[in-house]
Design a protein around this ligand. Structure first.
Ligand code: NAP
Ligand code: MG
Length: 399
């Protein structure tokens, strides 16, 4: 086809599983390939291919994102015992997102996609709240012990030269539980830097919240690292941009977030970010109306949908039944990646196309044409409930 937009640098494309894999190819065929001469380096992260390559393909894909700077990823199955049987896997491969994160060392930013007719449950929210979740350590890399009876639990650190620091955690006189967690200054600094850079890039205020009044060493370290970096490297740039950074206790942050009108970046520790981003995305409407991007401290970007492979819909699809799966998050993963690629390459045609694609998606929904998940919660009067493929076709008509 002539007149299609040409891409200078390849985009790292990571295909995935189940319903999102079906949507992936439909989106490419209907919404991307007719307009863009797609230049991608393709990695198949579908479970069969991961098994066949002993998960090498996931590592290769992450390395490619490091090399080219921008990737787009389809949702993938994280195998459990049932999947090992279903796909006759050689072993229970690790979460691809976990593998990619550990290679890129990043922070996950999630932003709700706002559209007229899908109203947030919180009346004051007018603009998106971007969740910035630290994706390393804490309870996700914990060590736990069940204390079977009376005894003493201690925290022991042995430094490189053999010196010991020892503290009593608890003297048990009956059974209980003990947990050890950690983080590193390196990872926390990477998290802080990525948040400051992201807020600057987006021109949005940055909030950071933790529980430093109770956790006077652990959480306080996070607070200090953010503060030092802000004062030494970012305050001036923030002031020039007319945005602010502030730290507040997480309880205070929760109250302020609910009363706010949105429009800021909310940075949170790993567990807080996990729970709060589910809460915030649900309060904004739907998990399928959420963008997600992993940003590494050295400025590499990986775009994905925030939801999973929508297994239940896939089984219906395989039986030949009609499905009404929402492709918005997958389309926005592509538009986000193409826009970033365009920005980095100075390719205005590509960034303009990303804008047009997103506008076509939002206009389609605002005209009342949407998938079942949105039709169930919309405040619009005239609604046409479309199946998975009709919805993509409706966007194509607008494009
Ligand atoms: P899921 O795929 O997000 O689906 C959970 C439910 O949410 C669906 O059954 C559906 O509800 C609704 N839903 C999610 N996305 C939707 C969409 N685009 N359109 C319409 N409805 C949507 O989560 P899961 O069922 O827990 O996980 C399935 C697989 O995905 C698992 O193997 C898991 O490992 C994987 N997963 C991958 C990622 C990732 O790669 N980023 C993230 C999470 C999970 P109804 O069925 O009620 O319609
Ligand atoms: Mg969660």
């Amino acid at each position: 086809m002539s007149g299609r937009i040409v891409m200078k640098t390849p985009l790292v494309e990571m295909d995935g599983d189940e319903m999102t894999r079906v949507i992936w190819s439909a989106v490419k065929k209907e919404l991307l390939e007719p307009f863009v001469e797609l230049n991608t380096e393709y990695y198949d992260l579908g479970l069969e291919k991961r098994d066949e390559t002993e998960d090498r393909v996931t590592v290769d894909a992450a390395e490619a994102v490091k090399k080219y700077g921008v990737g787009v990823k389809c949702a993938t199955i994280t195998p459990n015992a049932q999947r090992v049987e279903e796909y006759s896997l050689k072993q229970m491969w690790k979460s691809p997102n976990g593998t990619i994160r550990s290679i890129l060392d990043g922070t996950v930013f999630r932003t709700p996609i706002l559209v007229k007719g899908i109203e947030p449950y919180v009346r004051t929210w007018k603009k998106p709240i971007v969740m910035a979740r630290h994706a390393f350590g804490d309870v996700y890399k914990n060590t736990e012990i069940r204390a079977e009876g009376a005894g003493k639990a201690e925290l022991l650190f042995t430094s490189g030269d053999g010196a010991e620091t020892r503290k009593t955690i608890a003297e048990f006189d009956s059974p209980g539980v003990v947990q050890g967690v950690f983080n590193t200054d390196n990872s926390i600094s990477g998290f802080a830097r990525t948040c400051f850079e992201y807020a600057l890039g987006e021109g949005k205020d940055l909030w950071f919240a933790s529980k430093d009044t109770i956790s006077k060493t652990y959480d306080h370290r996070f607070k200090d690292i953010f503060e030092e970096m802000y004062e030494n490297e970012y305050r001036k740039r923030f002031e020039e941009k007319g945005i602010t950074y502030f730290y507040t206790l997480i309880d205070d942050a929760v109250a302020r977030v609910i009363r706010s009108e949105g429009g800021f970046v909310w940075a949170l520790k790993n567990y807080d970010g996990d729970v709060m981003s589910d809460l915030v995305s649900t309060a904004f409407g739907s998990l399928a109306m959420m963008t997600s991007v992993l940003v590494s401290p050295d400025g590499k970007y990986e775009y994905e949908a925030a939801h999973g492979t929508v297994q239940r819909h896939y089984y219906k699809y395989r039986k030949g039944e009609s499905t009404s799966t929402n492709s918005v998050a997958t389309i926005f993963a592509w538009s986000g990646a193409l826009r970033k690629r365009g920005e980095l390459d100075g390719n205005k045609d590509l960034t303009d196309f990303a804008d047009r694609l997103e506008k076509a998606v939002l206009d389609t929904i605002e005209s009342g044409r949407m998938t079942g998940d949105l039709a169930a919660i919309t405040t619009l009067d005239k609604v046409e409930r479309l199946d998975t493929f009709e919805f993509i076709k409706a966007i194509r008509e607008r494009l």
